[in-house]
Design a protein around this ligand. Structure first.
Ligand code: PMP
Ligand code: GLN
Length: 380
């Protein structure tokens, strides 16, 4: 294995989904929905295929999707962005993360990253030759302390890598937390790369606020998002990066060597999702809130109480008091004990703070969630 991947474990999501398939367990691990997104959008993709959108798209993305992304940012957040120079379509936010880090960082640059982090961040930081400086969200409340962000910055720091709504904790960063991060970024002249793939999946009074909307932040912020979570189309891998012209150009610079362009027929269909089904994500979030409550109350009854998430489609249980040494051990034994798969979080932390944390996904049908809960309640 080349040294650029040294110490990086195979992604836990594939490991745990393979375990679910092998063992026949209910998969409450990997975050993919078991019902597809809007029929009109599926139809738009089929029709784009039939109408011949089958050759290379422009590297920056098809005009209709870039226009729809710009309109989305305007409608939801009041951000005016130029679809021709301030949007770059990516193959999911995963490519967005890779292209951003490879396009922006020099080897040796330091990046302050909130842990638990999505597992592609440390892998791609390492590939980029960058050094991660984690700031920890801790159970039980998983809040971000901007003073810890400030303390993690050194003269070598180039960027802060944020994710809100946050996978896996379910935290939605508040205006105060974001203002604290923004103050550090401005004071220390840092770029902010922010992964907002769960932007529409928030519950109750919690609302997503893009850090790019804060004063002085647009010009230093690269925002990443995608269609997958908002429209229950995780397999499509259509995403986008938005931000100031210079940062988006750096993403495109890297993207041209990663994938050159993203898939042609899905881009016009993604444009249809954003422009013709603008309310679909909100109804998904309303529905997910009910499933969140179903999962959290069932977990509590099963002796596995989880913190009520403010956003995303994940809830986290601290199993420290249950006599298990760590979450991985717990999750590896769970299919046999209960016929359920969950995701251990220690791989998402550099520190020990995630050792006893286990994540459950609730982007599953109520029947699947109930089945999983019944199994957990009757587990030995
Ligand atoms: N970032 C986070 C925080 C995620 O949870 C995911 C999974 N949806 C991604 C990025 C990857 O998104 P995509 O499937 O669009 O590449
Ligand atoms: N983002 C999803 C999760 O956190 C799945 C993505 C993946 O499997 N890489 O479960």
């Amino acid at each position: 294995r080349p040294s650029r991947f040294e110490g990086i474990e195979p992604t836990i999501f594939s490991q745990m989904s393979a375990l679910a398939v092998r063992s026949g367990a209910v998969n409450l691990g990997q975050g993919f929905p078991d019902v597809d997104g809007p029929a009109s959008v599926l139809e738009a993709a089929a029709s784009a295929l039939r109408q011949g959108a089958n050759q290379y798209a422009p590297g920056i993305g098809v005009p209709a999707l870039r226009a729809a992304v710009a309109e989305h940012q305007r409608r939801h957040y009041g951000l005016e962005i130029d679809p021709d120079t301030q949007v770059c379509v990516t193959t999911g936010a995963t490519e967005g993360v890779a292209a951003a880090l490879l396009g922006l960082l020099e080897p040796g640059d330091e990046v302050v990253v909130v842990e638990p982090y999505y597992d592609s961040y440390p892998a791609m930081l390492q590939v980029a030759g960058a050094v991660r400086r984690p700031v920890t969200l801790r159970a039980p409340d998983f809040r971000l302390d901007p003073d810890e962000v400030r303390a993690a910055v050194t003269p070598r720091t180039k960027a802060i890598l944020l994710n809100s709504p946050h996978n896996p904790s379910g935290t939605v960063l508040t205006r105060e937390e974001l203002e604290g991060v923004a103050a550090v970024a401005i004071e220390r002249d840092l770029i902010v790369v922010t992964d907002e793939v769960y932007e529409h999946l928030t519950f109750d009074e919690h609302l997503h606020m893009p850090i790019a909307t804060l004063p002085g932040m647009f010009e230093r912020t690269l925002t990443l998002s995608s269609l997958g979570k908002s429209y229950s189309l995780t397999g499509w891998k259509v995403g986008w990066a938005t931000g100031p012209v210079d940062l988006v150009a750096q993403v495109l610079d890297a993207k041209q060597w990663l994938t050159f362009t993203s898939g042609s027929p899905l881009q016009p269909a993604a444009a249809v999702a954003l422009s013709e089904e603008p309310d679909w994500p909100a109804s998904l979030a309303a529905d997910l809130r009910i499933r969140r409550d179903l999962l959290c109350s069932g977990l509590a009854e099963a002796g596995l109480p989880a913190r009520t998430p403010e956003g995303t489609c994940f809830a986290t249980t601290d199993i420290a008091h249950l006599g298990w040494r760590d979450g991985l051990e717990f999750c590896l034994a769970l299919p046999e004990r209960a016929g359920v798969v969950a995701v251990p979080l220690q791989g998402f932390y550099d520190s020990d703070a995630g050792r006893h944390l286990v994540r459950w996904a609730f982007c599953k049908t109520p029947e699947v969630i109930r089945d999983g809960l019944d199994r957990l309640r009757t587990a030995d």
